[in-house]
Design a protein around this ligand. Structure first.
Ligand code: ADP
Ligand code: MG
Length: 240
């Protein structure tokens, strides 16, 4: 579904991504781990060109999205993204937050957008918050709404950048549960997280990044159970 070839990203003189190669299959759950500053967010943001790659090629569903003239907005509709900060529209109700983009961008009929939103609210366990405003919700609830909002565009892949890092510990589980449910339904997902238990349980593949490169990748058993590289071992010994 996604192929990344020789991806480099520089910010001025800073060489942040140093040649990433990766293929992600439909239905696969890829979990990216690694130290802070290793380029995980930059990598994720290059996948939908929130950051412009400096070099390399990314294809999505068979089309090069880094090619000149490619309509990235159309592609972004198919790539849902959830950030550490929820970025809900504060002055809009939950239902308006969720239906806005489908109606405006996808030209979905309002009735269909609303019924889809209700269904998604059920998926994330917040069907009773339809008319609430973001300020009335806890962090965990806001993040679950942010996930529902991304899903409302009916994306083909979901990108998560540390979706639980800004949450109080007691709210982490409810968000991870929603993500696990999505994975079980077959959603293709790329997830940057520090939740190693979740990575192990839900990931089909673990990618360990350090200093802008993929140092090691494999199944959770391989990477967590028998890490091959010293850098992976050092990292895991600190976080496990
Ligand atoms: P991670 O998500 O693994 O913590 P990031 O991708 O956020 O890492 O950042 C990798 C490196 O790139 C960091 O050193 C960070 O300071 C740098 N960086 C990220 N975004 C920018 C930017 N817009 N301009 C300059 N440097 C950046
Ligand atoms: Mg990051």
């Amino acid at each position: 579904m996604i192929t990344v070839k020789n991806l480099h990203k520089k910010f001025g003189q800073l060489h942040i991504l140093k040649g990433i190669d990766l293929e992600i299959s439909q239905g696969e759950v890829v979990v990216v781990i690694g130290p802070s500053g290793s380029g995980k967010s930059t990598f994720l943001r290059c996948l939908n060109r929130l950051e412009e790659p400096t070099e390399g090629e990314i294809t999505f569903e068979g089309k090069s999205i880094t090619a000149r003239g490619h309509n990235i907005n159309q592609t972004r509709e198919k790539m849902g993204m959830v950030f550490q900060q929820f970025n809900l529209f504060p002055h809009k109700s939950v239902i308006d937050n969720i239906t806005l983009a489908p109606i405006r961008v996808k030209k979905m009929e309002k009735a269909r957008a609303v019924s889809l939103a209700v269904e998604l609210l059920r998926t994330v366990g917040l069907e009773d918050k339809l008319n609430a405003y973001p300020s009335q919700l806890s962090g965990g609830q806001k993040q679950r709404i942010a996930i529902a909002r991304a899903l409302a565009m009916e994306p083909h892949v979901m990108l998560f950048d540390e979706p639980t890092s800004a949450l109080d510990p007691e709210m982490v589980g409810e968000v991870l549960d929603v993500m696990k449910k999505l994975a079980d339904k077959g959603m293709t997902m790329v997830i940057v997280t520090h939740e190693m238990g979740f990575a192990r349980e839900v990931g089909d593949r673990i990618i360990f990044m350090d200093q802008g490169q993929i140092v090691e990748q494999g199944t959770p058993q391989e990477v967590f159970g028998a890490p091959k590289h010293q850098r992976t071992q050092d990292f895991l010994s600190k976080v496990l």
